[in-house]
Design a protein around this ligand. Structure first.
Ligand SMILES: [Fe+2]
Ligand SMILES: [Fe+2]
Length: 172
C-alpha cells in the first residue's frame, strides 16, 4: 500500500479533478453539436463540483497545488479533444479508462485513511467523488465504449498515461 501524506493525497486529487474537467471540456469542444453533448456536460458539471470541493479543502489546509497544473490544463484538454476526434465511442472509452484508474486510486487512498478518524470528512469527500466516477464509467460502457475499434490498446494507453499523471502529481 502506498504511504502518502495527507497533503499529497489532496494535491493529487485536486490535480486529477482539474484534469477530468479539462478532458470533458476537450470532448465537448469536439462533440458540441452531437447528441452526446448533454452527457458530457453532465459529467463535466460533476467534475467541477469534485474540483471545487478539493479546491476548498486545499485552501482550508493551506496546501499548495501541484506545480504541474499548466501541464494538466493542456494535457487534459488534448486527451479529451483527441479522443473525441476519434469518435464518440473513443471519447467514452477514454472515460472508462480514466475512471477505472481513478477508482483504484481512490480505493488505495481510502485504505490509507482507514485508521485516521480525524480524516473522516476527507474520506467522505473521496467516497462521494468515487461514487460519481463509477457512474461515469458505467455511462461510458452504456454508450458503447467497448465497441470502439482498438478499444484494448487505446484504453491501455490512456490508463498508463493516467497512472503516470497520478505518479507525477503526487510528487511535484
Ligand atoms: Fe471527479
Ligand atoms: Fe469522472
Amino acid at each position: 500500500m502506498k504511504n502518502l501524506s495527507i497533503d499529497s493525497i489532496i494535491r493529487v486529487n485536486h490535480a486529477g479533478e482539474y484534469g477530468a474537467m479539462r478532458i470533458y471540456e476537450g470532448q465537448k469542444a469536439v462533440l458540441k453539436n452531437t447528441p452526446t453533448a448533454p452527457l458530457l456536460q453532465h459529467m463535466l458539471d460533476q467534475e467541477k463540483q469534485h474540483f471545487d470541493r478539493f479546491d476548498q479543502t486545499m485552501k482550508d489546509r493551506r496546501i499548495r497545488p501541484t506545480l504541474l497544473s499548466p501541464l494538466w490544463h493542456v494535457a487534459g484538454f488534448a486527451l479529451g479533444a483527441g479522443s473525441a476526434l476519434l469518435g464518440k465511442r473513443a471519447a467514452m472509452a477514454c472515460t472508462v479508462a480514466v475512471e477505472s484508474v481513478i477508482d483504484e486510486h481512490y480505493n488505495a487512498q481510502l485504505e490509507s485513511l482507514e485508521n485516521k478518524p480525524d480524516e473522516a470528512p476527507l474520506r467522505t469527500l473521496i467516497e462521494d467523488c468515487q461514487r460519481e466516477e463509477l457512474e461515469h464509467k458505467d455511462l461510458g460502457l452504456k454508450e458503447e465504449a467497448e465497441k470502439m475499434v482498438g478499444y484494448k490498446p487505446f484504453t491501455a494507453a490512456v490508463k498508463a498515461a493516467s497512472r503516470f499523471a497520478i505518479f507525477l502529481s503526487e510528487r511535484i
